[in-house]
Design a protein around this ligand. Structure first.
Ligand SMILES: *[C@@H]1O[C@H](CO)[C@@H](O)[C@H](O)[C@H]1NC(C)=O
Length: 216
């Protein structure tokens, strides 16, 4: 990560954090942790991707020295998930590592918000530990572990990822693959539509997806 760029973008980030971060701050698992959700360089916010119109997503050209960690925060339509990737050390390290390729399946904010529970909540833990399952130090640890699984279930350790190629995401026992269906990329077996490819960079790609994987 380039420090001068970091410094400049921090200034920029400070101005956009108010718009980008605060609305979602309420769903952070570590509410005592005052670190802003977006602390990496976010770069200039790009215009929102055009709505999909049934045509196959057009991938932007690959950018050589840039890493997924540099671009993850760019598209505000996925900034909840982007924040999660920064909160999970194993993932933020991987996305910042030029020797490890990934295809990140980043669910739209709307898909994360539609979940019946927060991504770090597990109904079995509410059964076991009661309503305070995510309070206190043990509760924070549980939330952090669950969040890690959620994020890892959306990271494929391969890029390029060919159509029909079965791979195991970083979390979960089931293989996933993708296929073209009526001109749209669909992640299988979850049947999740790919909205667009947000970025292609040196260590992989960020795909914006319309749903959240069911990985339990
Ligand atoms: C990693 O991704 C880059 C950029 O797409 C590609 O040039 C390279 O061949 C990939 N490496 C592997 C091992 O797949």
């Amino acid at each position: 990560m380039r420090l001068s760029a970091l410094y400049c973008t921090q200034i920029f980030a400070a101005t956009v954090i108010a718009q980008l971060v605060i609305p979602y701050d309420g769903i952070r698992p570590n509410s005592h942790d005052q670190t802003p959700l977006i602390m990496d360089p976010v770069g200039p916010a790009l215009p929102p991707s055009p709505p999909s119109d049934g045509k196959p997503p057009q991938a932007p050209p690959a950018q050589g020295g840039v890493l997924i960690s540099d671009v993850m925060g760019r598209d505000r339509s996925i900034n909840i998930f982007a924040g999660f990737t920064r909160d999970v050390a194993s993932i933020s390290g991987r996305l910042d590592d030029s020797s490890k390729n990934s295809t990140v399946l980043a669910p739209l904010n709307s898909a994360v918000e539609k979940l019946p529970r927060k991504p770090w909540e597990d109904p079995r833990e509410y059964d076991t530990f009661g309503a305070n399952a995510y309070e206190g130090e043990d509760g924070q640890d549980r939330a952090q572990r669950n969040l890690q699984r959620f994020v890892e279930a959306h990271v494929v350790p391969a890029s390029p990822w060919q159509e029909g190629e079965k791979v195991k995401p970083l979390y979960g026992d089931r293989d996933i693959w993708w296929e073209m269906k009526d001109g749209v990329k669909v992640i299988q077996p979850d049947e999740i539509e790919v909205d667009s490819i947000a970025s292609r960079v040196g260590n992989g790609e960020v795909w914006i997806v319309k749903g959240v994987r069911n990985y339990a």
